[in-house]
Design a protein around this ligand. Structure first.
Ligand code: ZN
Length: 294
C-alpha cells in the first residue's frame, strides 16, 4: 500500500502492518509506532541515497513490522567497497539520530518518555542490523569483504552457514530469555525469519552470479581498467568450477597446467565466460584451450 513519495521514491507499507497499527492504537502506543516507522524509513532512505550516489536507482521502500526494504533497479552492488558503503550508512543513520537526540535532550533537559524511546529504538535497530547475518546490513558487509577475497559464490555460501548458525543461536537465546520475560519471545519470530531468508540466498546465487559478471563488464568499460587476479588450475578442472572462484571486483587470468606442472596455456575471464555460455559448463580447462587453439 503506497503511503507517499519522497525524492521520487515510493514509500509503501506492507499489509501485515495494518493489524499492528490497529493494536497499537487500541493500546495507545500510536506515537511509539510512528517513531519506529519514521526511524526505519530514515534508515532505508540512507541506503537509498548511498545507492543513488553510486548510480543505482531506488524505486521504492517498503516498511514491514520489523524493518524495511529498499528496492533498487538491481538488488545489490557488484563492487564490494560500494556494497559496504551502501550497507553501512543504514545503521550509521541510527547512530547519528541517537547522538542528536542525546545532545538535544541534554540542552533542553526534557524528561519525555518518547525521547528515551527514540534513543532506545535507534540503538536497537542500529545494533541489530549490524549482526553478521544475511540479509541484514552486517551480513552484507561481511559478505562483501569475503567476496573480495574468495569470490561471490563462495562468500555467499560461507555467509549462509554463518547466518544459519547465528539465527539458531538467536532463536535459542530468545527462548532462554523468553522464559523469564515473555517480551523476548518476539525475537524467536525474527530468528526464524532470518533463518528462512538466509536459506533463500542460495537460490539467488545462480542468477546474481551472472548479473555480477555482466555488471563487471560495465564496471570495466566505465573505468577502463581493473585489478587482476591470477589463478593456476589443472587442465582437468571444469570451467564452471573456476567461474565460481571469480571475485566480482577483479579481472581473472588462469594459467592452465597439467599434473606434471607443465603450462598448457593461459585463459582470460572473458574466454571462460564465453565458453560457459557456448558449451554449457561441459568443458574442462584443458579442452577449452584445445578448442581455442583450433
Ligand atoms: Zn539496513
Amino acid at each position: 500500500m503506497k503511503l507517499f513519495e519522497i525524492f521520487g521514491i515510493k514509500i509503501k507499507i506492507n499489509y501485515t502492518l495494518i493489524p499492528i497499527w490497529i493494536i497499537s492504537i487500541y493500546y495507545q502506543y500510536f506515537f511509539e509506532l510512528i517513531i519506529v516507522m519514521m526511524i526505519i524509513m530514515i534508515h532505508e532512505l540512507a541506503h537509498s541515497f548511498a545507492s543513488a550516489y553510486y548510480g543505482i536507482e531506488v524505486l521504492e521502500i517498503e516498511l514491514f513490522p520489523f524493518g524495511g526494504v529498499a528496492r533498487t533497479e538491481s538488488f545489490f552492488e557488484v563492487d564490494p567497497f560500494k556494497e559496504i558503503i551502501i550497507s553501512i550508512v543504514g545503521p550509521s543513520s541510527n547512530y547519528i539520530m541517537l547522538l542528536l537526540a542525546i545532545i538535544i535532550q541534554s540542552y533542553i533537559k526534557l524528561q519525555i518518555d518518547l525521547i528515551y524511546f527514540f534513543i532506545f529504538t535507534n540503538l536497537t535497530i542500529g545494533l541489530f542490523n549490524m549482526l553478521p547475518i544475511l540479509p541484514l546490513d552486517g551480513g552484507r558487509i561481511l559478505r562483501a569483504y569475503i567476496n573480495s577475497k574468495v569470490g561471490f559464490k563462495k562468500a555467499t555460501m560461507i555467509m549462509i552457514k554463518i547466518s544459519k548458525i547465528l539465527s539458531l543461536l538467536l532463536f535459542f537465546t530468545s527462548i532462554h530469555l523468553g522464559i523469564r520475560r515473555e517480551e523476548y519471545f518476539f525475537l524467536c519470530g525474527i530468528a526464524i525469519y532470518l533463518f528462512i531468508k538466509a536459506n533463500k540466498e542460495k537460490e539467488v546465487i545462480g542468477y546474481t552470479f551472472i548479473y555480477h559478471v555482466v555488471m563487471k563488464k560495465k564496471q570495466l568499460l566505465d573505468k577502463g581498467f581493473m585489478e587482476v587476479k591470477h589463478l593456476t588450475a589443472l587442465e582437468s578442472i571444469h570451467i564452471n568450477k573456476v567461474f565460481h572462484e571469480f571475485s566480482s571486483n577483479k579481472y581473472h587470468f588462469i594459467t592452465v597446467i597439467n599434473p606434471k606442472g607443465k603450462v598448457l596455456g593461459n585463459l582470460s575471464e572473458s574466454e571462460i565466460l564465453d565458453a560457459n555460455i557456448k558449451y554449457n559448463n561441459k568443458l574442462t580447462l584443458g579442452e577449452l584451450i584445445e578448442v581455442l587453439e583450433k
